[in-house]
Each structure stands twice: as structure tokens, then as C-alpha cells.
Design a protein around this ligand. Structure first.
Ligand code: SF4
Length: 73
């Protein structure tokens, strides 16, 4: 789950609050609501949260998470 910082400008329809902490909402499978399930691309990439900007694409944690969300064949 991606926690949001005060200066993240995310559309409110994509945000949920857990225990007073604003976060990116998730789909039933745990994927971020901003992730397009068909293209596997972030739909708010230019305005993505700072946490996402700090996360290095292709690092081991990234690949493990992606592996959990591969569509069933
Ligand atoms: S990069 Fe985009 S799709 Fe991925 S977690 Fe961040 S906001 Fe969601």
C-alpha cells in the first residue's frame, strides 16, 4: 500500500484513509487503483506519489510484487 505525503496531489477518488493515513486505494486483488490492469501502466504517472518516485523500477522488491499480480492465463 502506498502512503501519501502531504504534498502528493492525487485525485481524491483514488485515495482511501486507513487509521488517519491517506493512501492510494487498492483493487480487490491488492493492485493500486491507478494501475491500468490491461496495459500494466500507471494512469497518473506524471503526478504519481513521491513514494512511487522513490521506488526503483525493476528492483527485486518491484519484481516480486509484479509477480504476485500477473493476470491468470
Ligand atoms: S506508480 Fe502509479 S500505479 Fe504504481 S503504485 Fe504508484 S500510483 Fe499506483
Amino acid at each position: 500500500m502506498v502512503e501519501l505525503r502531504a504534498d502528493d496531489l492525487i485525485p481524491e477518488k483514488l485515495v482511501v484513509e486507513h487509521d488517519g493515513v491517506r493512501c492510494m486505494d487498492q483493487r480487490g486483488d491488492g493492485a493500486c487503483v491507478a494501475l491500468d490492469p490491461a496495459t500494466r501502466l500507471c494512469t497518473i504517472y506524471a503526478d504519481r506519489p513521491q513514494t512511487c518516485r522513490d521506488f526503483n523500477r525493476g528492483e527485486s522488491l518491484c519484481l516480486r510484487i509484479l509477480g504476485r499480480h500477473q493476470p491468470a492465463l
